[in-house]
Write a protein that binds this ligand. Structure first.
Ligand code: UDP
Length: 237
């Protein structure tokens, strides 16, 4: 059993990326139905304000601490989390596992040209994984997507629709296939090459958020949730 640390009523897993990857590999090879939420402070605050969404993400098998803000909260509460487990890193680990065992992968989300480029890059980098289908994230009806997932029974379904849409989609459809389902936010924008991730040394300095902000200043509004998140942490405990 994984250690869990509760922050704003969400049970975050407290483990290393390596141990989590091993666990996912085991679950994938056993075809266990799995729902992963990678939650940053923005998601935590949204879940705090929206009980329906909170209850929905609490049905996930794993909620990972995605972002230095969640790690800081763990420290403030004297219940430190082992480390940050991001959506992008978890997706990368899943693709590596898929390549190792030639697993079936389905990708959903992002703009049409972005998903197209993501598919090309993934096929190049992970030639042994089987890409059984994909769809951009700007669709009118979910039906054909759900039917394709039902038909192809992928081992991994990566959903990049942003929150809360991606988790709502997963919670609604996860029973159609015993897959590992994960909401991956803007990961396809990075995988397609249209958004760069911060260099490793910046990530290690815990300044990836600053890098992302400086390279995309329009993201500033996204940080609005952080002061409120920290205030809630101080109040609640
Ligand atoms: N997106 C989508 N359909 C929508 C809304 C968003 O496919 O209806 C995609 C969007 O193109 C982007 C991702 O969802 O690729 C959300 O990225 P964002 O940077 O908001 O997520 P983060 O990683 O910051 O949570």
């Amino acid at each position: 059993m994984l250690n869990k640390i509760t922050i704003l009523e969400l049970p975050f897993i407290s483990t290393t990326n390596q141990a989590f990857t091993q666990l996912l590999e085991q679950r994938l090879t056993r075809k266990q139905n799995t729902f992963i939420v990678t939650a940053n402070p923005e998601i935590a605050v949204y879940a705090y304000d929206h009980p329906d969404y909170r209850n929905l993400i609490k049905t996930a098998d794993y909620i990972t601490p995605d972002g230095i803000g969640i790690i800081k909260a763990g420290q403030m509460l004297n219940t430190p989390l082992v480390e940050r487990i991001t959506g992008f890193d978890t997706l990368t680990s899943l693709l590596e596992i898929a390549n190792k065992y030639s697993l079936k992968v389905y990708l959903l989300g992002a703009k049409p040209e972005i998903i197209q480029k993501t598919v090309t890059n993934i096929q190049q980098k992970y030639p042994k994984l089987k890409l059984v289908g994909y769809h951009d994230g700007y669709f009118q009806t979910e039906q054909p997507i759900m039917e394709q997932i039902t038909q192809t029974q992928p081992d991994i379904v990566a959903v990049a629709l942003g929150f809360p849409k991606q988790e709502e989609f997963i919670a609604k459809y996860r029973t159609v296939s015993p897959s590992t389902w994960i909401g991956v936010g803007g990961s396809f924008d990075v995988l397609s090459g249209s958004v760069k991730r911060a260099p490793t040394f910046i990530q290690n300095l815990h300044l990836e958020w600053l890098y992302r902000l400086l390279s995309h200043p329009t993201r500033l509004k996204r940080f609005g949730a952080l002061p409120r998140f920290l205030k809630l942490i101080k109040q609640k405990h």
